[in-house]
Design a protein around this ligand. Structure first.
Ligand SMILES: [Zn+2]
Length: 686
């Protein structure tokens, strides 16, 4: 059993002073927490700024203290071992535990900087001839010295940063401290480093907990008398299960409220890297965010997928994000422009007040648009991840295969077409999928992205190249969305084909899965190719078929088809002239009035709703439209259409060999023909 850690953010609305029983309202509580967080921030900032030099960073990086012993893993203990002190203005009394919290925060901040420092050192040491494009040899040299866990985006951004520094100073930065100022320190108090002299935490119910913390009663407490124990009751969000173990929180103040970042741990099962029989594979799509398939590995090592593509289509949300991003760029440009104008004016200038007001408004608006984008990205990522996890659970899968973003980005695949959904959203989606899958003991493994949509998933074991065209009926043209295999005749959505190939790479190459020791991230680095057959789920035989089997009789014969042969002339419809006499009667008129006298009926289904209040139409009857509406509801977005999560049981052909469609049989059409599926069903009946 391992543990999964997550953080729930709660709000403390009021508190009680333990000694006097006095109720502290929200505003006053926020003030007192802000004082504590401010004290911790001052201590941390002092420490970080004092140690922002190469010698001290070296001392922290080498991992060995001055006494020759290894530095402790806990940040505050490492800082104390190194003898790095910090102090406040004279006359301010803080207990040692507050200093400890500040040292912990400083250690975390400096240890994060060590990673950036290693990255910068590696890039400077292997500076390429052309900083915009490294050759293969230069990439190899760089990868040999890079620290663990460096992403392509980090390499790109740091390379740009160093190039900008070199253009300005005509030399390379000697260290990270040349390149950057000391990191800014947030006003928060990391209580995890403290003990019961500063904080205690108790669970008071399934949905309730109580934080007991010592807070200052004034901004600059002069003695221990100006500190008091406060009880902060918390309501836990429903994401925290009753059996979760609560950990010591971090306190901060945001928008006048006391926010309590409460980490909690839940026990999770172990998801093995190998031995998977049923899995789902997902491809990052162009128009759809995710396209996936469910598949099964048979005993003889073949991959059979059910013929159902799973799509999460976020076109509407990504278009919204695109609009917001361009709005953000425009606002930033205006903001910079006004800033330049203001720089050339003196405060006595008559134009100054209006411009400075515009500067403020633009800055605020820019911040709001940034927050909107951030929230939308976050909501989209979690919605998509929830959907992926639900599909995997419904299919009974024990593993989720995804494309490795590192290999996807390095080649710049799909260029502008995919720029709408940034790599950042994808990173968030992967993180969210890992989190949700871990809760259900499902492994998440990434496979190489190279060539997933290039080769046919149905034939050739990864050698027959697919042709990409705009649509199934325009095979001769060059296009993007549709894939066609000239060898076996497969014709299907490009992303669907890619998802099948990802699934095959995962299920067939599971013995090559590697697990990162520190992060537990699982990857398959080598490509193992194999074909994927499509088979429908077996259906339960009908009652008549079951009876026939039981009584060992034949199925009753099908009734003869209706005779459609043309034996008589088509009867004439009444002409308009014949109709005219009845047209005078308004009750029988077949004419639609030119102008509507009542509003048009609201179209049922998933069309775009006009602006304004939603019409109070009755729910559509169960059926296709009902499903579409439900699926939209489930994703949390109006404009996202995702395949509904259905539990369809075991799928694929029956175990006896001849019932499985061979490569030749299952090829051909977008969806299997009715004949094929009927063949499989009848085969499993016999
Ligand atoms: Zn093929």
């Amino acid at each position: 059993m391992s543990k999964l850690t997550a953080t729930a953010t709660c709000t403390a609305h009021a508190a009680v002073v333990e000694k006097t029983g006095q109720v502290v309202p929200q505003l006053l509580l926020a003030q007192r927490v802000a004082w504590l967080a401010g004290l911790a921030r001052d201590l941390t900032a002092d420490l970080v700024a004092a140690r922002w030099n190469a010698a001290d960073l070296d001392a922290l990086a080498c991992g060995v203290g001055p006494d020759g012993r290894a530095l402790p893993a806990k940040g505050w203990m490492a800082v104390r071992r190194l003898g790095w002190g910090t102090s406040l203005a004279p006359g301010v009394h803080v207990c040692d535990r507050v200093v400890r919290c500040a040292q912990e925060q400083a250690a975390r901040s400096l240890r994060l900087a060590l990673h950036r420092r290693a990255l910068v050192t590696a890039i400077v040491a292997t500076w390429p001839a052309n900083s915009r494009a490294r050759t293969d040899a230069e990439w190899q040299a760089l990868r040999a010295v890079l620290p663990d866990g460096a992403t392509p985006a980090q390499i790109r951004n740091r390379t740009r940063q160093i190039a900008a520094y070199r253009d300005e100073h005509h030399t390379f930065p000697a260290d990270l401290t040349d390149l950057e100022q000391p990191p800014t320190v947030a006003a928060q108090i990391v209580l995890a480093a403290a003990d019961r002299q500063l904080v205690t935490l108790q669970r008071t119910g399934d949905r309730r907990a109580c934080v007991r913390v010592r807070l200052p009663l004034v901004a600059c407490p002069a003695s221990a008398k100006e500190w008091a124990w406060h009880m902060l009751p918390l309501a836990l969000p429903p994401t925290v299960p009753p059996q979760a173990t609560l950990c010591t929180p971090t306190l901060r103040v945001r928008k006048g409220r006391v926010r309590v970042d409460l980490p909690f741990q839940i026990p999770i099962g172990f998801a093995p890297a190998t031995g998977h029989r049923v899995g789902v594979g997902f491809d990052w799509g162009c128009n759809t965010l995710l396209t996936g398939v469910t598949g099964r590995l048979t005993n003889d090592g073949r991959v059979i997928s059910d013929g159902r593509p799973l799509t999460y289509d976020a076109t509407g949300v990504s278009a919204k994000l695109h609009r917001l991003r361009s709005e953000r760029e425009q606002l930033a440009a205006k903001h910079r422009h006004v800033e330049r104008l203001l720089a050339g004016l003196t405060p006595v200038d008559p134009r100054f007040p209006a411009l400075s007001r515009a500067y403020e408004v633009l800055g605020l608006e820019h911040e709001r648009v940034c927050a909107r984008i951030r929230h939308l990205n976050h909501a989209l990522a979690w919605s998509a991840a929830r959907w992926v996890a639900d599909q995997a659970i419904a299919a009974g899968a024990t593993v989720i295969y995804l494309e490795d973003l590192a290999t996807l980005e390095a080649r710049g695949r799909r260029g502008r077409a995919n720029a709408r959904l940034s790599g950042q959203v994808r990173g968030q989606v992967i993180e969210a999928i890992r989190h949700l899958a871990a809760k259900h003991t499902i492994a998440v493994v990434t496979v190489p992205a190279r060539g997933t949509s290039k080769y046919c998933p149905r034939c050739g074991d990864g050698t027959s190249v697919l042709k990409h065209c705009p649509a199934p009926d325009r095979v001769a043209e060059q296009g993007w969305a549709w894939a066609y295999c000239p060898v076996c005749g497969l014709s299907c959505d490009r992303d669907w084909a890619a998802a099948e190939r990802i699934l095959a790479r995962g299920l067939l190459g599971q013995d090559l899965t590697r697990t990162h020791r520190a992060t537990g991230v699982r990857t398959i680095g080598k490509v193992v190719e194999g074909n994927v057959a499509r088979a429908r789920r077996t259906r339960r035989p009908t009652r008549a078929a079951r009876r026939a089997r039981r009584t060992r009789t034949d199925l009753p014969p099908r009734p003869a088809a209706r005779d459609r042969s043309k034996m008589r002339p088509t009867p004439k419809r009444p002409t308009r002239a014949q109709n005219r006499h009845s047209a005078n009667d308004p009750t029988t008129s077949s004419h639609v009035p030119d102008r509507r006298t009542v509003p048009a009926p609201f179209p049922a289904g998933s069309g775009q709703r006009p602006a304004g209040q939603a019409p109070q139409a009755p729910r559509p009857p169960a059926g296709r439209t009902g499903l579409a509406r439900d699926s939209q509801h489930r994703t949390g977005f109006h404009r996202v259409a995702a395949t509904p999560v259905l539990t369809l049981g075991e799928y694929g052909a029956a175990p006896h060999g001849h019932a499985r469609p061979t490569c030749r049989e299952s090829s051909g059409k977008h969806r299997e023909s009715q004949t094929l599926s009927w063949n499989i069903v009848s085969a499993s009946i016999r």
